[in-house]
Each structure stands twice: as structure tokens, then as C-alpha cells.
Design a protein around this ligand. Structure first.
Ligand SMILES: *Cc1c(COP(=O)(O)O)cnc(C)c1O
Length: 462
């Protein structure tokens, strides 16, 4: 399989090179040249198969010859061995014909682990083979950074530096980043907000001399390998509910459009998905895009579902590429309008195609809290605020005759303040995390200054 840029002018790459380079050189995102197809027989077989076997079948056509089958199988096994549930991503029934797909049984309690654990293995194997070493630098508002540190801790070919805004992540998120003791991982508390973290990260990637010197690499959600690993659980969940002989729908709490784009990929590969529902919080650019047919930025308003507080959903560009019949120059034009005018209007054909595949809904802060409260009272189930947004939207749009699967993107204990506001008690950490508050922390405070950051990273590498 070869990978092309959504903007049409970057070099065509192999899976391995697309994974290691992240963003394409023309500013676009890498997507596979074609969508591989899985037969109904293959999908039917997933209902009785272990998660790891499905992962191998779904991802193999995208990987090409990057890894041998044996090598890839072993990497998948290592990636998910640490998940605290035998099914890895189990389904739990919430209401008649409405299920939760629990994606939070990984080491940092959010769905980011599903992809990041595997990416850690893939980087390690590819780099060791090439005799290379890279420095991964990431900016996080909480979940991505903890998942990255957990995935790369102790690996030999990678140093990881995660910038987070000092004082603006939850205690659980911070401790997940600061308690791993391995020498190759570094939590950096930056004196500034998340935008400052992202701006300094961008500056580092634009400093080409520094980029070369340390072998800078990125694992944010535009990395194709992350999207790919998320395609797997759409197959396991749909097969468990009767696919391919019955269509199912999914509702996805959405920020950067990575997770729901993985659902779209599953559909392109032959999984019968009726509706893909985009659920947003008050930062609702994607919901407005479906309603208005125009994609317009507004300022981010911080919410109690912070991992969805995003106004530029990077992975939406991958969908636009398909909606515009894979015409790179058209996408480059739209993205330039987004940069200069803060938005663009979609063509009629693109809007029609978008509405044919997706539905959407938006949930405000009060509704999120009452969803947590109501579902807890009705079912005893405690939802994290992101999942609550998904469930609330799913209930308003779903057709009772079609199974609805809402993605549960984080464990409620990762967002205890919001949950306590809703139900009056703080959810307990699961057993494998129970001692998180007893572990010692290791963190470096850093100024919002590029030169100081680069010096620190140079000196902290072996
Ligand atoms: C990252 C995240 C999301 C949003 O996922 P995207 O792929 O960015 O759309 C939703 N919920 C939680 C808990 C997350 O960590």
C-alpha cells in the first residue's frame, strides 16, 4: 500500500515512511491510495475472534511489507497485553439497542492508548531495523501526552518529551505523565496554556537545523498509524452486534476527527455502518459544518470535556479529500481559505456526500452534566464527560431499530471533578491505577521560550 498526501504534491510514501514522518511535506495528511476491502465472510468471522486476530486482519492490507506477519502479530500482542480487560475493547449494554464501546481499559484510561500502545511497538521495530533513533516531542492538553509517555517508556530507540500547560491538566493526567521513572521519558510543565505548548512544538518543527540534529518525530493524531489502529474496534464492535448481516450505527465523541474518521475507514472497507454520528460539546464546528454546509472557526471555549475543546479538527482534511474526489489542489485551496479567512463553504456535492454518511449533534455543559446524572441514576453506569456528550447525542438521533454503539472514550476516574459535580461522588481509579497518588513525580518546569526548550532537549538526550 502506498500513501498519498491530501494536498497532492508531497512524495508518495510507504506505510513506514508515512508513519515516521507524520505530516506530509506539502502540509497535507497522508492517506492510503485505495481502501482495501474485507469480505462479508471475513467480517462474520470477527464475532468469535480475539481482538488481536481482528487487529491483524484489519491492519495487514495497510501495512504492506513494512513488517512480516509474524513480527506484526508479536507487536500487536505486546501492545494489548497490558489492557485490563480480556476483550480489550468490550461492549456494555446501556439501554435497549444502545451499547457503550469501552475504549478505556488501557494504561492511561483513555482511548488514545489503543493506538499509542501499538505505535510504540511499530516505531521501536522500524527504528531498530534502520539503526535510527528519534526524539518525539508532543504537546498535550492531557490524554495524548500521558498515552505517549506510557507507550514509549523504556523503549530503546526513542526519547519522548511532552509539553503540557502547567496547572491546567487534571491531577490524574499530570501524575500519569510525571510518575513513570524511565530515563527516556520527560514531562515538561510549560509556563503557559495549551496554545503556547502547541506553538512552541510547531516552532521546533520549523527549526530545520534542530529538527535534523535531534531527529524530531511526532505522534499527534494526524499520524496515519494512529487512525489505522482505531479502525479495528469498529469491526470488533459491529461484528459482535451482528455485522455484516445487520447494519449498526456509531456515535463518536469528537474533537480532532481522528476517532470518527477511523469509523469512516471501516465503512469504506466494507463494514455496513448505517450512521456515523459526530457528537460535539459547545465547541461545535463540526456540527455546524453539517447543518450550515460551511466550516467556520470560532474561539475555543473551555469545557468539562476538555479533550474535545478543539476548533481545527485536523483529521477532517482526510474526509474532505474523499468528499472532493481526491483532488489535492482543491483541498490545498480550502485549507488556505481556512487559514486566511477562518473558514470555507463546502461545494453542494461535498455537503450532500457529507450528510449521506454522517449525522451530528451538539451538547452544552449543563446537558453534559445532566446526562452523567441521569444515566447514573437510571443504570448505575458512570460516564466520563466526553462519553456523556456521545450518549446524549446518540439518544436524540438514533433509530430504535438499528443497534447504536457509542464510543466510551475515557474512564470516569480520569475526569473526577466533572463527575463529582454531576453525581456528588468521585469515581474510584481502577485497581491497576489505584496507587497513582502514592507514586513519586518527576517533572521539569520550563519557560515559554524556544531556545530554552531546545537546549533542554539537546542536553537531556543520551
Ligand atoms: C482525544 C479524545 C477525544 C476526541 O477524539 P478525536 O479523535 O480527537 O476526535 C474524545 N474523548 C477523549 C476522552 C479523548 O481523549
Amino acid at each position: 500500500m502506498r500513501y498519498v498526501s491530501t494536498r497532492g504534491t508531497a512524495p508518495v510514501l510507504s506505510f513506514e515512511d508515512a508513519m515516521l514522518s507524520g505530516l506530509a511535506r506539502d502540509g497535507g495528511l497522508y492517506v492510503p491510495e485505495t481502501w482495501p476491502q474485507l469480505s462479508p465472510e471475513t467480517i462474520r468471522g470477527f464475532a468469535a475472534a480475539p481482538y488481536e486476530d481482528v487487529a491483524l486482519s484489519v491492519m495487514a492490507p495497510f501495512i504492506g511489507d513494512a513488517f512480516s506477519e509474524e513480527e506484526f502479530r508479536a507487536m500487536i500482542a505486546r501492545a494489548y497485553a497490558g489492557f485490563a480487560h480480556g476483550a480489550r475493547c468490550p461492549l456494555v449494554q446501556l439501554a435497549p439497542n444502545h451499547w457503550l464501546l469501552e475504549l478505556f481499559h488501557g494504561p492511561t484510561l483513555a482511548f488514545k492508548d489503543v493506538a499509542m500502545q501499538l505505535i510504540g511497538q511499530m516505531f521501536e521495530t522500524a527504528l531498530a531495523r534502520a539503526g535510527r533513533r528519534v526524539t518525539i516531542v508532543g504537546a498535550t492538553s492531557g490524554d495524548t501526552g500521558s498515552a505517549a509517555i506510557e507507550a514509549f517508556r523504556g523503549l530503546g530507540a526513542v526519547d519522548v518529551f511532552i509539553l503540557y500547560p502547567d496547572g491546567r491538566v487534571s491531577d490524574v493526567q499530570r501524575r500519569q505523565m510525571t510518575t513513570p521513572g524511565e530515563a527516556n521519558v520527560h514531562a515538561l510543565a510549560l509556563d503557559g496554556d495549551f496554545d503556547a505548548c502547541q506553538a512552541r512544538l510547531k516552532d521546533m518543527f520549523n527549526d530545520h537545523a534542530f529538527r535534523e540534529e535531534v531527529g524530531l518525530a511526532g505522534v499527534n493524531s494526524i499520524n496515519w498509524a494512529r487512525v489505522l489502529a482505531q479502525v479495528v474496534y469498529f469491526f470488533t464492535a459491529a461484528a459482535a452486534r451482528g455485522a455484516p448481516d445487520r447494519a449498526v450505527s456509531f456515535t463518536v465523541p469528537t474533537g480532532n476527527f481522528g476517532d470518527i474518521f477511523a469509523g469512516y475507514v471501516a465503512k469504506r472497507m466494507g463494514l455496513p455502518i448505517d450512521r456515523l454520528v459526530i457528537a460535539t460539546n459547545q465547541n461545535d464546528i463540526l456540527h455546524r459544518t453539517l447543518v450550515d454546509g460551511a466550516h467556520r472557526k470560532e474561539g475555543v471555549r473551555p469545557s468539562i470535556s476538555p479533550s474535545m475543546d478543539i476548533q481545527v479538527s485536523s483529521n477532517f482534511e482526510r474526509l474532505l479529500f474523499d468528499l472532493y474526489d481526491r483532488e489535492g489542489p482543491a483541498i490545498a485551496q480550502l485549507m488556505s481559505e481556512l487559514g486566511t479567512n477562518g473558514g470555507f463553504t463546502l461545494s453542494q456535492g461535498a455537503v450532500a456526500a457529507l450528510r449521506a454518511e454522517f449525522a451530528s449533534g451538539r451538547v452544552g455543559e449543563d446537558e453534559t452534566l445532566s446526562a452523567i446524572r441521569d444515566w447514573h441514576a437510571r443504570t448505575g453506569e458512570t460516564l466520563c464527560p466526553h462519553t456523556a456528550v456521545g450518549v446524549a447525542v446518540a439518544e436524540t438521533v438514533r433509530d430504535p431499530a438499528t443497534p447504536m454503539i457509542t464510543l466510551a472514550t475515557a474512564h470516569p476516574a480520569k475526569f473526577p471533578d466533572a463527575v463529582e459535580r454531576a453525581i456528588g461522588t468521585r469515581p474510584a481509579l481502577p485497581p491497576h491505577m489505584a496507587d497513582l497518588f502514592d507514586r513519586s513525580e518527576r517533572v521539569t518546569r520550563v519557560p515559554d521560550d524556544l531556545t530554552a526548550l531546545e537546549t533542554l532537549i539537546r542536553e537531556a538526550r543520551p
